[in-house]
Design a binder for this molecule. Structure first.
Ligand code: URA
Length: 253
């Protein structure tokens, strides 16, 4: 079991491996690899879709309009970005904010799985269809699944998976915002349940192959357009504000 400091060091190492990634063509059009940001020792992780224009420029996930909404919803449950870790399925911006291609998700998902493996959250909120389908390994869309918590083994550990609408989908649709807000309000009680019961033997579960169903339910316009062995609170390393904006994201977690 890693301490908070070790987790952060391991995440930094992973970030260093990721920041110069050239595994797909998005590396030719991106400005920055948007690795993720927040508390390396977080109980709660959010997984969005892919960076948009603002995120690509700043190297920080969810800094545009959808990010502002995410922060507002967090504030309503008395949390903020430094309490959680925020990442995306895809670490580089798809040009023009198009949907990520299946081969891009296939290539990039290894980074997300490794982030989850290092952070070991007790709960993961998927935001929208892409992350929900990837982490569930199933093509069921977010409109059917939002607000339904389930226990899933991801890597060697069981987590509570809690699919939510993508904040960008809620920006211009009041009824979606209402559902997202209602689902958000349940986060504190779900977190209070602590870690789900863990598999007896650490079993390595293969990363699920996402089914590429049509993205019917996706956001209309992405805004880019008490776990016993966890480090005690006192040892947790809080997220830090963005360090230099000149490339390094090491200050983000
Ligand atoms: N939308 C996402 O899915 N991720 C971001 O980082 C920003 C907008």
């Amino acid at each position: 079991m890693s301490t908070a400091t070790e987790r952060r060091e391991q995440l930094k190492t992973l970030y260093e491996q990721t920041r110069n990634c050239r595994l797909c063509a998005l590396s030719e059009t991106r400005t920055t690899v948007v690795f993720g940001a927040g508390n390396a020792d977080a109980e709660l992780m959010f997984v969005g879709e892919a960076p948009g224009k603002n995120e690509d420029e700043q190297g920080v996930p969810f800094v545009g309009q959808a990010g502002k909404l995410l922060e507002k919803l967090l504030a309503e449950i008395e949390m903020d970005r430094k309490d959680v870790f925020i990442a995306n399925v895809i670490k580089c911006r798809p040009p023009g904010n198009r949907d990520p291609y299946p081969h891009e998700i296939d290539t990039c998902q290894q980074y997300l799985w490794r982030q989850i493996g290092l952070i070991e959250p007790t709960m993961i909120c998927t935001l929208g269809n892409f992350s929900t389908k990837l982490l569930r390994g199933d093509p069921t869309g977010i409109s059917k699944l939002h607000g339904q918590v389930e226990q899933r083994v991801i890597g060697p550990r069981a987590v509570r998976l809690y699919p939510l609408y993508h904040p960008a989908a809620a920006l211009y649709t009041p009824s979606t915002l209402e559902m997202l807000r209602a689902d958000f309000q349940r986060i504190p009680e779900l977190l209070a349940l602590g870690a789900p019961e863990q598999p007896r033997e650490p079993e390595l579960v293969a990363e699920p192959e996402p089914d590429r169903a049509p993205e019917r339910d996706r956001a209309p316009e992405r805004d880019r357009a008490p776990e016993p062995d966890r480090a005690p609170e006192s040892e947790r390393v809080p997220a830090q504000p963005p360090a230099d904006s000149g490339g390094s994201q090491l200050g983000l977690f």
